[in-house]
Design a protein around this ligand. Structure first.
Ligand code: NAP
Length: 516
């Protein structure tokens, strides 16, 4: 009997004993960095000459580790191996797979600080951000285990006279799983465990920025009981092996989370059948965002400032759900900009493993350069009121940057920057604010701060986003409570962490037997 799902509680790092324990976990991990991690194909560990290096974005001279890179031949072999093992794995008892997912959750829980430490060192997450992510990975395992238990066995259908009818959910086949670097544990765990627990075999291509976290998770999944042959681990650059594994005729579906452009490319390539291919590939693609928070004149002012601030600058603005557009009612606009800028000025930016820092580094030198370019564009499109100047340190640090008086057609209002850059725009009334918020090709998250019931109703009906929040920040979706996924160019609205998600990894077979 499985107990009802509950979200994993967070450790609070303002408590000294918790903080000390995390610092010790980071020190422990630091003593074991620099290892080389092999590929995993058909149950075999394979080392290649060609390596991918992963470094600490807070201190790029610190090597986190290396992974062997898959050549095109090995990537092809990985899909073939996953295909060969699918018949066996797909026939395992669903409840055995459920037990494996629950065991994975338990192992993650037992090693939470260790996984947090990986996130801090490889992806530049502060302790609080890392804690939230590992907890989310645990939640995905727990939630999808229960969902698979619900979807296993015969599903009820209407019974016709003289017939016995039922419906069963079957796995699809080989799933190519492609995660981003910004949630290198939670999103990777969610997509991989969803694919495995439903009885599919997996070819996992991790992000080139965070392959070591992915290697650690693969080891844990094997320890939890998932067979090595069900999970192929094939690091390699997206541009070298991505197209190949997406296009392979034996690939049945692709679970992708990442940028709009890569998602659209995958969708396009997957749509074209290859010689020997006998199915239409399914693409689950969760993509970018340009998320807005609307702040009404009638609102709790301090809560709104705080909500925008945390949504914009948590994990350096590198969340698909991050607020990158604050749209503020003209009556409170000037005061809002002033308070927000004053709050940003107090932020301490630096090494992610230093608990006093609220913001750590951005992920890479190229990300930093691209964000800096947008800051320069922003200076011409609005009024810089906070940040804007890079921090002279070895790590990839940028200050929280706020650009006010930005027009709705400005590039920094329309394009995803994916860093700590917030544009603030004046709205003449609530309707205007809503129109500005909806003026985007994306539609992932959004929030409104208002105490006016008619405005809440309007936002519920017409703010076109997959995840709408009222009087709270627009980041921090919780598994089970806030099924996550966006509209328009934000993706296929797969609603990760919700009751519809596993159906994307399954196909239904209806069986009707004449009995009289
Ligand atoms: P990205 O550049 O699109 O990369 C995502 C993944 O795709 C990486 O593993 C990448 O591998 C791989 N890839 C690149 N080219 C490929 C190709 N031709 N074929 C197959 N795979 C390919 O995105 P990112 O920079 O990692 O992540 C940030 C983006 O993800 C942002 O746009 C953010 O909004 C979005 N995101 C969305 C959600 C959501 O739920 N909607 C959640 C998190 C992040 P390499 O690393 O080897 O290039």
């Amino acid at each position: 009997m499985i107990t009802p799902f509950q979200n994993e509680p967070y450790l609070n790092y303002t408590v000294a004993t918790n903080r000390q324990a995390m610092l010790a976990a980071v020190a422990d991990l630091r003593a074991n960095l620099g290892k080389d991690h092999p590929l995993l194909i058909a149950g075999e560990r394979i080392h290649t000459e060609d390596k991918q290096r992963s470094v600490n974005p807070s201190n790029p001279s610190e090597l986190i580790g290396t992974v062997s890179k898959a050549s095109p031949e090995l990537a092809t072999k990985a899909v073939d191996a996953a295909y060969a093992y699918f018949p066996e794995w797909s026939r395992t008892d669903a409840m055995d797979r459920v037990a494996m997912a629950l065991r994975a959750a338990q192992l993650l829980r037992e090693r939470k600080l260790h996984f947090n430490a990986w996130l801090t060192l490889e992806s530049g997450k502060t302790f609080a951000e890392a804690e939230g992510e590992t907890a989310e990975a645990i939640d995905f395992c727990e939630y999808y285990a229960r969902e698979m238990a619900r979807l296993s066995g015969a599903q009820e259908v209407v019974q016709l006279p003289g017939e016995r009818g039922e419906m069963h959910y079957l796995p699809l086949g080989v799933g190519v799983v492609i995660p981003p670097w910004n949630f290198p544990l939670a999103i990777l765990t969610g997509m991989t465990v969803a694919a495995l627990v439903t009885g599919n075999t997996v070819v996992l291509k991790p992000s080139s920025e965070t392959p070591i976290m992915a290697a650690a998770l693969c080891d844990l999944l094997l320890e939890a009981g998932f067979p090595a042959k069900a999970l192929q681990f094939v690091p390699g650059s997206g541009s070298q092996i991505g197209d190949l594994i997406v296009q392979h005729s034996k690939t049945r579906f692709i679970a992708f989370t990442g940028s709009r452009d890569v998602g659209l490319r995958i969708n396009e390539l997957a749509a074209k059948p290859q010689p020997g291919q006998i199915w239409i590939k399914r693409v689950v693609a969760e993509m970018g965002g340009k998320d807005a928070i609307v702040v009404d004149a009638e609102s709790d002012f301090d809560k709104a400032v705080e909500g925008v601030f945390f949504s914009a600058f948590g994990y350096q603005g590198q969340k698909c759900s991050a607020c990158s557009r604050a749209i503020v009612h003209t009556d409170i606009y000037d005061k809002f900009v002033e308070h927000l800028a004053a709050k940003a000025a107090t932020v301490q930016v630096g090494e992610a493993d230093e608990p006093a820092n609220y913001m750590g580094p951005v992920i890479s030198a190229s990300a930093k350069k691209s964000i800096e370019k947008y800051i320069e564009i922003g200076k011409t499109e609005g009024r810089l009121v906070a940040g804007g100047t890079p921090i002279a340190k070895d790590g990839y640090f940028l200050p929280p940057t706020i650009i006010a008086d930005v027009d709705g057609k400005a590039r920094i209002f329309q394009e995803e920057i994916f860093g700590p850059v917030l544009s603030v725009t004046r709205a003449k009334d609530f309707e205007h604010a809503l129109a500005l918020a909806n003026d985007s090709v994306y539609g992932l998250t959004g929030a409104v701060y208002t105490t006016n019931p008619a405005h809440i109703k309007a936002a519920r009906e017409r703010f076109f986003v997959g995840n709408l929040y009222v009087n709270r920040k627009c980041t921090g979706a919780m598994v089970g409570a806030h099924p996550f996924g966006g509209f328009n160019m934000s993706g296929t609205d797969s609603k990760a962490g919700g009751p519809d998600y596993l159906l994307l990894f399954l196909q239904a077979k209806s069986i009707a037997e004449k009995v009289s």
